[in-house]
Design a protein around this ligand. Structure first.
Ligand code: AMP
Length: 138
C-alpha cells in the first residue's frame, strides 16, 4: 500500500501544496505545531534518511532551505526548527522520508526540548572508538 505522502504526490488525496519540483514536494502539515509548519518530502517513497541516495538528500535539503527562506519572508518568525524523525522510537509516524520546517516565535511552546544529559570522558572514548571504526568499515 502506498504511503499517504505518495498518494499526495500522485494527487489521489489533496494537500496544501506550496512548492514542487521534479524530486521534491512541500506542503502544509495537517496538524501544525506552529503557523506555517511545512513538510518537505522526496517524491520517491523511501522510508528514512538511511535509505536516501545523495541526489535526493541534496534535493530535499535544497527545498528545505527554500521553504525556510519563504516562511521567513512571509511570516517573519523569530527562528525555525528543522526536525526529521527516523523510526517509530524517534517519533516517525509516516514512513516516507520527510523534513519538518517549523517556524518559531519567542516564547512559544511549539516544540519540546530534550533533556540534556552528561557524558564521562571514558564513555566519550568508547563511543569515538566505536564510531570511527564504522567509517573505516565501509
Ligand atoms: P512524523 O511524525 O515525523 O512521521 O511526521 C508525520 C507528519 O505528517 C505529522 O506531523 C502529521 O501531522 C503529518 N501528516 C500526516 N498526514 C498528513 C496529510 N494528509 N497532510 C499533511 N500532513 C500530514
Amino acid at each position: 500500500m502506498a504511503s499517504i505522502f505518495t498518494r499526495i504526490v500522485s494527487g489521489e488525496i489533496p494537500a496544501a501544496k506550496i512548492y514542487e519540483d521534479e524530486l521534491t514536494l512541500a506542503f502544509l502539515d495537517i496538524n501544525p505545531a506552529s503557523r506555517g509548519h511545512t513538510l518537505v518530502i522526496c517524491k520517491p517513497e523511501l522510508p528514512s534518511l538511511l535509505d536516501l541516495p545523495p541526489e535526493l538528500l541534496y534535493a530535499v535539503s535544497s527545498t528545505t532551505q527554500r521553504v525556510a527562506q519563504a516562511l521567513t519572508r512571509a511570516l517573519q518568525p523569530d527562528g525555525i526548527n528543522i526536525i526529521q524523525n527516523n523510526g517509530a522510537a524517534a517519533g516517525q509516524t509516516v514512513f516516507h522520508y520527510h523534513v519538518h520546517v517549523i517556524p518559531r516565535w519567542n516564547g512559544d511552546q511549539a516544540v519540546g526540548a530534550w533533556h540534556p544529559g552528561r557524558i564521562s570522558a571514558e564513555e566519550q572514548r568508547v563511543l569515538v572508538t566505536l564510531l570511527r571504526a564504522q567509517f573505516n568499515a565501509s
